[in-house]
Design a protein around this ligand. Structure first.
Ligand code: ZN
Length: 151
């Protein structure tokens, strides 16, 4: 009898948590010696997530100065201006404009064999807003970009 109750309780708990378990709040993204992300063109993030983690793994062999990649998030309105401003920061500045409020989050720039992670709060993002993720390495952001959506 006790065993039956325990199993029923477990089943109810599993049911209660099942929808939340489907929410994807963590993304493993691969980049390499080409101008592509392994995700996109649209990344969908559950509005159940308060924080999102991006794990960026560069599986290529080229060094950061030649084929560096990062993952940067801005509003779609700000994306091009931020990408252009980031060029001045140089490779040592991750090609991200420093102390720029338009940058919602940015990972470090990584080269072949390197990886990096960032976790950020998405509770302040507008579910109806348009956001763009991109690599801010010069010349990359024209093709390495996509939409970031709260769903
Ligand atoms: Zn890149």
């Amino acid at each position: 009898m006790i065993r039956t109750i325990t199993i029923s309780t477990l089943a109810l708990l599993l049911l209660a948590f099942a929808p939340r378990a489907l929410a994807q709040c963590e993304f493993d993204i691969e980049v390499g010696d080409a101008l592509t992300f392994s995700v996109g063109p649209t990344m969908e993030v559950s509005s159940d997530c308060t924080e999102v983690t991006i794990n960026l793994n560069h599986t290529g062999t080229l060094p950061v100065a030649a084929m560096g990649h990062n993952w940067v998030l801005t509003t779609t309105d700000d994306f091009q201006a931020v990408a252009q401003a980031g060029m001045a920061a140089g490779v040592e500045g991750n090609y991200v404009p420093p102390d720029d409020a338009r940058v919602i989050v940015a990972t470090d720039l990584v080269g072949g064999g390197e990886s990096t992670s960032v976790t950020f709060d998405v509770s302040g993002l507008d579910p109806a807003g348009a956001y763009t993720f991109f690599c801010s390495f010069p010349g990359h952001w024209a093709v390495m970009q996509g939409a970031f959506k709260l769903v």
